[in-house]
Each structure stands twice: as C-alpha cells, then as structure tokens.
Write a protein that binds this ligand. Structure first.
Ligand code: DP6
Length: 321
C-alpha cells in the first residue's frame, strides 16, 4: 500500500476561462487569471491498494459513487491505466453551495496526492496540466497568489505572477442561494460556443484583457485591475445570456449585490466584483476595506451568508498519516 495526502484551495478567476479549444483534452480556448484563496481548502488522501478491486471515493465521510468516474480518469492520467485501485478520501471546509469551484481545489489536491502516493516525481507544471485535464480551473489551484494560465492550441502553461503576500487582497463571497447549478460549466460552455453570437468576439478579446490584467497586477494598480476584471466578468455573462437557450446564473440578490458594490465604489471604497457560473457575488478589495464591504454585502437584500478570506498558497503535499 502507498498513501499520500495533499491540500489545495479554490481559486477565483478575474479574467475568466469560458470555452474550450479541445473538449476531449479539456484544453481552454483562452488564457485566464485568478487568485488562489487562503482559509478554504480541500484535503485529499489517496491510498493505492492491491487488495481493492474498485476505486472508492469518500467525500466528507460519505461515499460519492457518481463522481468516481471523473476521479478514476484523473488517477489513470497521473499514474497510468495499469495502476492499482485507490481509496480516495476528500474533506473540505467550505460548503459546495458557496459557489466556489470545489472541483478546482479537489482535482489540484488529487493530482498532488496521487502522484506522491505512486512514488512519482512530477513537477508542478506537469501536475497543473493533469489537474486541468480534469477541470480547467483546477490547473490554477496548483499555484498561489495571482496566477496566470496561458493557453496554446495544444497545451497550457501556468505560473504565479505575484505571491499572496506581495499584494494582499481580501475576497468576500456573498452567498445568495444554495443548491446545485442549473447547468454544469462544461455543458454551458459548449452551449455558449455553439449558439452565442458574441462567443467568437469574447475569445478574440481574451489576450488583450489578460495583458491588461497582468500589467495591473504587476504594477499593483487596483483601479486598472478592477476595471478589466468587472468588464471581463460581464462579457462572460453576456455570452451566457445571449446563448440559446439563455444561460442565466444570477438571481435578484446577485443584482442587488452588484448595486451594493456600485454604491461603495461611488463612495470611494476600493472594491470590485466578479461572478462565476452561479448566483454568488465575489467582492475583491484591499484588507483595510474588507469590514466596510462585508457589512454592506451582509445588509443587502437576499444575502444568506458571507465568507471572507485572504489569498493563499498553491497545492501542497502533506506529511502523511
Ligand atoms: C466560470 O473549470 O469548472 O468558474 O474545465 O469543464 O471543469 P471544466 O470547467 P470549470 O470552469 C470554470 C468556469 C468559471 C471561470 C473560471 O474559473 O475561469
């Protein structure tokens, strides 16, 4: 038997990944830029065992057979299809309903733990590529702080462009609804590519937005980052809304939260929002504005809960038990 454990945190994209160049290889159609979060995590323990006849997946103490196939394919890619069967135990400290990509932290932790348990010596970029094959956003959770993923026709590159302590930021998640999303990101991306008249333009402009965001991060220019991140988020949602049938992840509280952020901005509070494939709004601000932003979002009609975190490190192997 060989066992290893790893931990990874979710990330939030400021320049979004929305569209695939290759569905089979799960290659993104454009680059993206994200921040890795701090206090939220998924921990994965992988144990390869010759006695097992099937893979097993336990999430927060409960068997999760419906997610097993995706996990099994990821293990096959990391370790090879001739591998021993595995018992995979996943524990996390944030609710799935928080609308944070739990698949990102889960697959990032999984590839690190699986590779170590199999005695392999893969480097971080190889592991990021393997995580990205399972879920595009997971490749970014291998790295900490501000992370850029660049995409070519055949491969991705991922790197941290600024560490978490180099430009401290607080992310506040306003939870406006719980429950599963109406359409998975993968299906929605395909629908957008097939039917939105704006999809081609969206992809064409991604390199430009990415360059603006990268420069803003490197110069620590909050206003420039805020402007390009909000614009990029709203363009992604415009692609979704203009798909057939329309893909609308927002609810009325999501819109109320956007209005709250607008009011704060008018008062001079440094903050911006981003929204992913779900109804939760994520506000990003310097730590000294975080109390003001959190109070305003908590007081917004329809907000059920608030999560608050700084920026964190990439996926890490844990001294195993
Ligand atoms: C809106 O990484 O979940 O959060 O590769 O199909 O697993 P798959 O998609 P996924 O998509 C994330 C979409 C997003 C934007 C982002 O994180 O960049």
């Amino acid at each position: 038997m060989s066992t290893a454990s790893a931990i990874a945190r979710p990330n939030i994209a400021l320049i979004k990944y929305w569209g695939k160049a290759d569905v089979e290889e799960n290659l993104p159609a454009s680059g993206s830029l994200s921040v890795t979060l701090d206090t939220l995590y998924t921990q994965m323990r992988v144990q390869f065992d010759e006695e097992l006849t099937d893979d097993r997946l336990i999430v927060n103490g409960e068997a999760m057979p419906h997610m097993l196939a995706r996990v099994g394919r990821c293990l096959d890619r990391v370790v090879g299809t001739g591998r021993r069967r595995a018992r995979v135990d996943s524990t996390g400290n944030f609710p799935i309903a928080a609308g944070l990509a739990s698949s990102a932290s889960a697959f990032a932790a999984l590839v690190v733990a699986a590779s170590a348990a199999a005695g392999e010596t893969a480097d971080q970029l190889q592991l990021a590529r393997q995580a990205g094959r399972a879920s595009g956003s997971a490749a970014r959770s291998l790295y900490g702080g501000f992370v850029e993923l660049s995409a070519s026709a055949t491969s991705i590159d991922v790197r941290s462009i600024l560490g978490p302590e180099e430009w401290p930021m607080t992310v506040i998640v306003a939870v406006t609804a719980s429950g599963p999303k109406p359409v998975s990101s993968g299906d929605a991306m395909r629908q957008s590519a097939d039917t939105s008249p704006f999809y081609g333009r969206w992809i064409d402009e991604q390199d430009h937005d990415l360059a603006v965001a990268r420069e803003a991060v490197l110069k620590r220019d909050f206003r420039a980052l805020a402007a390009v991140a909000e614009h990029n988020c709203l363009k992604m949602h415009s692609v979704m809304w203009s798909s057939r049938p329309a893909i609308v992840y927002w609810n009325s509280a999501t819109v109320a939260c956007m209005e709250t952020i607008r009011v704060l901005q008018k008062k001079g509070v440094p903050v911006f929002f981003t929204i992913d494939a779900g109804p939760q709004l994520k506000a990003v601000c310097p730590p000294d504005a975080a109390d003001t932003v959190a109070d305003a979002l908590r007081a917004t009609a329809g907000v059920q809960d608030i999560l608050r975190t700084g920026l964190g490190q990439g996926a890490e192997l844990l001294a195993d038990a």
